[in-house]
Design a protein around this ligand. Structure first.
Ligand code: GCU
Length: 357
């Protein structure tokens, strides 16, 4: 594994590109018209040319997901003698996650890393893996995500309807609340406070149950919304807290650890099908290795982010964890509404190595 190194943070106060379509990206010359869509599936991967694949990411270059994806790109290019080239576009350069998911669907780009919340909006069964209490640790989560038999029905569920294959995921680590003014130790402390959530009905409900007032917003808008006072805070993991510089505007981190979140790698299904068997196997092998590397890197980078936030003045506070757990308990019955969802949830819980402790 590459030795994890802390990289300089990207300046994210630059307003991220929020593209209603790819037009703004094109007008800035980040990618050219000729590069967009238009992949000839009949000739992808052929020896006489390089097939370029665009992969959208909303994280900065210092984030473990970018580092791991760059590794994937390098290895796949090398192992195919340059026939394939994955271009990773960080910092929402191609648009917010909601937008880039549409771009994958419409074949304007080939791949994206999107949060589970985005897939929930296409198929509610993804909520099972994005619910507080589903995963008890990153290790539990990643062993489930890499269990192909268990994940198959969910991961292939969007292929016919949306031309999207889910090929696995990256952990988002454990998410907690952070605020502008004062720390939070009980659900009562969140009363009247506006907390940003991802665009998900379940996550809106999650914050309501935790005592706060939920405001859905895309990732790239959070810094400015907290800074300007539109929001009182947000919830995320320590790595995003620091790589997005949110610690500067919301210096009170309260360790609610309410959710082990999950990102997915989504890919055009027709492209995966068009790859020849050897290239596809190679790509999936390198992707599996990338997931493992990301998980290792995650632990290191989380520690680094905590140190960095503290050094820059953030305070880290423990919360009344039992009170938050009790407040969140009703979420299961509210969101596990079908037999498929309940069964998947039970299977995932049964795979928890710490179950019963
Ligand atoms: C994490 C996650 C992203 C997600 C973000 C968010 O950083 O990795 O995929 O977009 O949280 O809260 O929006």
């Amino acid at each position: 594994m590459r030795t994890p190194q802390r990289r300089p943070r990207a300046s994210i106060r630059r307003r991220p590109l929020v593209a209603a379509a790819l037009a703004p990206v094109l007008s800035l010359g980040l990618i050219s018209c000729a590069d967009l869509g238009g992949l000839d599936l009949a000739t992808v991967g052929s020896p006489d040319k390089t097939t370029y694949l665009k992969l959208a990411l909303n994280q900065a270059e210092s984030h473990p997901s970018y580092i791991a994806l760059e590794g994937l790109s390098e290895r796949f290019e090398e192992r195919t003698d340059g026939r394939w080239n994955i271009e990773v576009f960080p910092n929402e350069q191609l648009g917010s996650q909601q937008e880039v998911l549409q771009f994958v669907k419409s074949s304007a780009i080939e791949m994206a890393i999107v949060s589970g919340t985005q897939l929930e909006n296409l198929n509610k069964d993804f909520q099972v893996l994005n619910m507080p209490t589903t995963f008890s640790s990153v290790d539990h989560q990643m062993s489930v995500v890499r269990d192909q038999d268990l994940m198959e029905p969910l991961f292939t569920s969007l292929e016919d309807s949306d031309n999207i294959s889910v090929i696995g995921g990256f952990t988002q680590g454990t998410r907690s609340i952070y605020t502008k003014d004062a720390p939070v130790t009980t659900p009562a402390d969140l009363a009247g406070r506006k907390i940003r959530v991802q665009e998900s009905d379940m996550h809106i409900r999650m914050i309501q149950l935790m005592g706060g007032s939920a405001t859905p917003l895309s990732y790239g808008e959070v810094y400015t919304a907290i800074q300007s006072g539109v929001l009182d805070g947000a919830e995320n993991n320590e790595v995003s807290y620091v790589t997005q510089n949110h610690n500067e505007v919301a210096p009170y981190w309260s360790g609610t650890n309410h959710l082990v979140g999950l990102d997915y790698m989504v890919m055009r299904h027709d492209l995966l099908e068009a790859m020849d068997d050897q290239d596809r196997a190679l790509f999936l092998e390198e992707w599996d290795r990338t997931m493992a590397e990301h998980t290792d890197l995650w632990a290191v980078e989380t520690e680094g982010a905590i140190e960095e936030a503290k050094a820059e003045g953030a305070t880290f506070t423990d919360v009344d964890k039992q009170a938050f757990d009790e407040a969140l308990a009703p979420i299961r019955d509210e969101f596990l509404t079908t037999d498929f969802q309940r069964e998947l949830f039970e299977q995932v819980r049964a795979a928890d190595p710490d179950q019963g402790e």
